[in-house]
Ligand binder design. Structure first.
Ligand code: NAD
Ligand code: TYD
Length: 354
């Protein structure tokens, strides 16, 4: 049997495939456009694994997807493919509309057509898992209750609006066509292979290179952080036992301000890789408050009791264990980050951030 993963060369998709092949003998096809965020290096450990296949392609390309489905006959699709960075969506929203909305729509259409023609038992077993974000629910006040699956959709950035739109399409395919789709809405992930434009890898990379650590606004925005392999285990649980048409919120029970995150990372680095610079002895001294992100959401928090009660899933990592592993991974893989920062990413940073 085969599962098809879209966007598997990115951060979460790559972790999902690596973890999948540690616990299953089922073949995985990774279908990825290889945008700036898609890095085949993330999966170099699987080069000789006969169960792993990479196909370069775009989820907006209906003909290619239909051919892929016909040829490989997957029993499930896990859709990670997306433009995922809020700051980029503020500067250039077009790609977000194309991939996250039109791409999800075309993928749904092709998959529905494929599913519709499956024989009855395969049709019953088929699943389409759509990976989404807690950002679709908008921003929470300091003491407001965490997001549940019934929270109102109030997306505030072009990124979250495009993901919200894709979630609505997925929902409509279940309600209109009985298409067996499930949506997961997850909080902020961190861990190995995260592109160094996102907060945690950016702080690690800038610290060890003695560059400024940019904190947007007052740094008191709150996110709920989940170690990526816990997210991957939740998706496997949803694929196995989740009910079609359902939505599952996934979170780490780790609400932290951005400043807390940055101090924690700097403190771990002060211990694990002390600065040799004669002036900068403490990485925390690199913190630099910069202009706030436009429309910056103040707080996200996830109530994950549905997946915990109905599917018996809980995160394994605490923030302390997850962040230590993450910092260590980046210290052990400096060349992975340097390859990225010396190429396309740098050009983009120059263009957009002068
Ligand atoms: P990422 O940006 O690291 O990776 C996205 C991947 O999708 C890349 O490999 C890219 O090449 C690929 N891709 C982009 N456009 C494509 C297209 N048109 N066709 C095929 N492939 C395409 O993102 P990520 O952080 O791994 O996030 C994966 C998914 O999880 C996204 O849908 C995102 O919205 C969601 N999510 C992310 C987080 C987080 O904290 N990173 C949290 C919740 C949900
Ligand atoms: P990010 O990793 O971009 O994830 P998201 O916007 O999806 O939550 O950012 C996490 C938080 O960190 C968010 O509140 C923005 C903030 N942030 C900074 O303060 N400085 C930075 O350089 C970056 C990239 C993010």
């Amino acid at each position: 049997m085969t599962i098809l993963v879209t966007g598997g060369a990115g951060f979460i998709g790559a972790n999902f495939i690596i973890d999948w092949l540690k616990q299953s003998n089922e073949q995985v096809i990774n279908f990825d456009k290889l945008t700036y965020a898609g890095n085949p290096d993330n999966l170099s450990s699987l080069t000789n694994n006969p169960l792993y296949h990479f196909i370069k392609g775009d989820i907006t390309d209906t003909a290619q997807i239909k051919e892929l489905l016909r040829k490989h006959q997957p029993r499930a699709i896990i859709n990670f493919a997306a433009e995922s960075h809020v700051d980029r969506s503020i500067h250039n929203p077009e790609e977000f509309i194309s991939t996250n909305i039109i791409g999800t729509f075309r993928l749904l259409e092709s998959c529905r057509d494929y599913w519709d023609k499956l024989e009855i038992n395969k049709k019953e077993q088929f699943r389409f898992i759509h990976i989404s974000t807690d950002e679709v629910y908008g921003s929470l006040d300091k003491n407001a209750a965490a997001f549940t699956e019934n929270s109102k959709y109030e997306p505030n950035s072009p990124y979250s609006a495009s993901k919200a739109s894709s979630d609505h399409l997925v929902r409509s395919y279940f309600h209109t066509y009985d298409f067996p789709a499930i949506t997961t809405n997850c909080s902020n992930n961190y861990g190995p292979y995260q592109f160094p434009e996102k907060l945690i890898p950016l702080i690690i990379h800038n610290s060890i290179n003695l560059k400024a650590l940019p904190i947007y606004g007052d740094g008191l925005q709150v996110r709920d952080w989940l170690y990526v392999s816990d997210h991957c285990s939740a998706i496997r649980r949803v694929l196995k036992d989740g009910n079609p048409g359902e939505v599952y919120n996934i979170g780490g029970l780790n609400e932290k301000t951005n400043l807390e995150i940055v101090h924690t990372v700097c403190d771990i680095l002060n211990y694990s890789k002390p600065s040799k610079d004669p002036i900068i002895k403490d990485y925390n001294s690199l913190i630099s408050f910069v202009d706030d992100r436009a429309g910056h959401d103040r707080r996200y928090a996830i109530n994950a009791s549905k997946i915990e009660n109905e599917l018996n899933w809980k995160p394994k990592e605490t923030f302390e264990t997850g962040i230590s592993k993450t910092v260590q991974w980046y210290l052990n893989n400096e060349s992975w980050v340097n390859n990225i920062t010396s190429g396309t990413y740098l050009n983009w940073i120059h263009k957009n951030y002068k």
